[in-house]
Design a protein around this ligand. Structure first.
Ligand code: ADP
Length: 567
């Protein structure tokens, strides 16, 4: 039978850093295969290339007969990957996460069975953020298994877990293997590898420095022996120091008030004989058996059914709907977002709408001449602008930047679903919020001040659509540039108030000095607000403002697309 995984002469560099210099290994069906090595050895890079998440610079990676560099999508439905440091949205519950990821695969596992296997049944309704470290890790394993994979890659599975949780996780991995899944386990814990792995490679500096079963690796070094002893008080230190000159002895080290001696197979009798000649009998002689850790230190010198082209996506449209529904629920679960995106524009409208009749020109102090418009009519475009700015500058970029920061995109990249789908789902949700907020604001305006009377509905609609499109472009650019969710939040707020000011939030258009109005016309939100005012209430088409928004759209989207990073 041909191996399930074959890595041949893999090479991968990041600029001048050679992460993987030359790595080859093969994994048989049903094995737990370990990839060991110190930090920075190239383990994660190896499995990321293996899983088709990164291109290699040389060599080949074949999983289930598929070249994962040429056809990464073909293998994803059959491969479960659990990556280091990839989290889930804080408010997503265990059950929702499992249902969501199950929707990405053609033949998902039974979610209830999986929860039972992983001991998470009682946590079905618990949000990700409220799980313990061990529970989060188990959920992560569940997500790697929910697609019913033939091969599961688990990276640094037990890092950060307490000893009991680690042992529980080990037992679980064995259960998964017994269920027929081939497992690649990346770890830097020797005890874990010794306990779980059928075979393993040790990688150091991007190269395989040892390969075999844990027992064979340990046995291969068994011509070296180690023992510890104490010498009676008063023994001349020179005697112990002299032992290292014996041909059988390699090293003598002072340890715990005694000595640790290493050497060839006959090191112990040779040492005892030499001590006897000096009339010294050692106390407490204890031989140490070699462990995988010794092998590791020796070799690294460091302290411790072929899917082929037939593979298809699992009903992408249905998967996307599940994704959008789940993300929508998460959006609604965040009260701050709901208030800001949906309610705030209406609050603004009512609050300021009643104050407007007494408004004076900010420069001259003369009461503003409203040219036959009711003040509230002037303020409706401002409320609509606020409805655009809130999702575009807050909820959309913050969610996307947070997902990148937490590794949510990276996790999605391991599934048949593309991370791009989360982005489109978020745009859709925020657009829905925008439309809802606008409808609400118009209804509130009508109820409080009487219905606004649109005179040029087509032009108003064009201004609204172009304004929303250009503001979402700004939001996507913020999401592309901000490294973290907190940075996206700050950057969004930094833009929010100046843009809303220019859109007339504090001083509506008619009361605004001309020069400020002229500047505002070049901003996406100011142009939208002015074009809506003209179209809706003056009945004319504001061509320059509409053109400004078209330019913003044409500039912002390609820029955001070029600079957006998924991890
Ligand atoms: P390990 O998983 O064994 O700790 P990695 O594969 O993460 O090793 O890293 C191997 C080397 O490649 C390290 O020197 C690391 O700093 C570097 N490296 C890893 N990922 C990147 C990256 N995205 N960009 C640049 N260098 C990287």
């Amino acid at each position: 039978m041909s191996p399930v995984i074959e890595v041949t002469n893999l090479r991968k560099a990041y600029g001048p850093t050679v992460a993987v210099a030359d790595v080859s290994f093969a994994v048989e069906r049903g094995e737990i295969f370990g990839i060991l090595g110190p930090n920075g050895a190239g383990k994660s890079t190896t499995v990321e290339v293996l899983a088709g998440l990164r291109p290699a610079d040389g060599g080949s990676t074949v999983v289930l007969g598929v070249d994962t560099q040429r056809e990464p999508a073909a293998v994803r439905p059959h491969l479960g990957v659990q990556l280091q440091e990839s989290r889930l949205p804080a408010r997503l519950t265990v059950g929702e996460a499992l249902d969501l990821y199950a929707a990405f695969y053609p033949e998902p596992a039974d979610a209830a069975e999986l929860l039972d296997l992983l001991g998470l049944t009682d946590q079905r309704r618990t949000a990700f953020a409220d799980l313990s470290g061990g529970q989060q890790q188990r959920l992560s394993i569940a997500l790697a298994l929910v697609g019913n994979p033939q091969v599961a890659i688990l990276d640094e599975l037990t890092t950060g877990l307490d000893p009991q949780a680690r042992r529980d996780t080990w037992a679980l991995i064995e259960k998964v293997r017994d269920a027929g899944v081939t497992i690649v386990l990346v770890t830097h814990f020797m005890d874990e590898a010794e306990r779980l792995c059928d075979r393993l490679v040790i990688i150091d500096d991007g190269r395989v420095v040892a390969a075999g079963s844990p027992a064979s690796l340990v046995a291969a070094g068994e011509d070296r022996r180690t023992f510890r002893m104490r010498l009676p008080a008063g023994t001349a230190p020179a005697l112990a120091d002299g032992l290292v000159r014996l041909p059988e002895v390699d090293t003598v080290a002072a340890v715990d008030g005694g000595y640790e001696v290493t050497g060839g197979p006959r090191v112990l009798p040779a040492v005892v004989l030499a001590l006897a000649e000096g009339d010294v009998a050692p106390d407490e002689v204890r031989t140490l058996s070699r462990t995988l850790e010794d092998v590791f230190v020796d070799v690294t010198g460091a302290p411790p059914p072929p899917p082929g082209a037939a593979a298809r996506r699992a009903g992408p449209a249905r998967a996307w709907r599940t994704l959008a529904r789940t993300e929508g629920r998460l959006f609604l679960r965040d009260r701050g977002s709901v208030f800001f995106a949906l309610i705030f524009p209406s609050v603004l409208l009512v609050g300021v709408g009643f104050a407007i009749p007494g408004m004076r020109d900010v420069m001259t102090g003369v009461p503003v001449e409203w040219a036959g418009l009711r003040p509230v009519d002037v303020y409706v475009p401002v409320a609509l602008a606020a409805a655009m700015a809130s999702p575009a500058l807050t909820t959309l970029p913050v969610a996307l930047a947070t997902y990148r920061e937490q590794g949510v995109f990276r996790r999605l990249a391991t599934t048949p679903m593309r991370p791009r789908a989360v982005l489109t789902a978020h745009v859709a949700i925020n657009l829905a919020a925008l439309v809802l907020a606008a409808v609400l604001a118009l209804a509130v305006a009508a109820a409080a001040f009487g219905p606004p009377a649109p005179t040029h509905v087509g032009a108003a609609a064009a201004a609204f659509v172009l304004g929303a499109a250009s503001m979402f472009g700004v939001g996507l650019l913020v999401a592309a540039r901000a490294r973290k969710g907190s940075a996206a939040s700050s950057l969004g707020m930094l833009l929010y108030f100046p843009l809303l000011f220019l859109a007339g939030m504090w001083t509506p258009g008619p009361a605004m000095p001309d020069v400020v109005g002229d500047i505002a016309a070049y901003t996406p939100l100011g142009a939208a607000s002015q074009a809506m005012t003209e179209a809706w209430f003056a009945g004319s088409v504001a061509v320059p403002q509409l053109a400004v928004m078209v330019v913003w759209v044409v500039v912002l989207y390609p820029l955001a697309a070029r600079t957006f990073r998924w991890s």
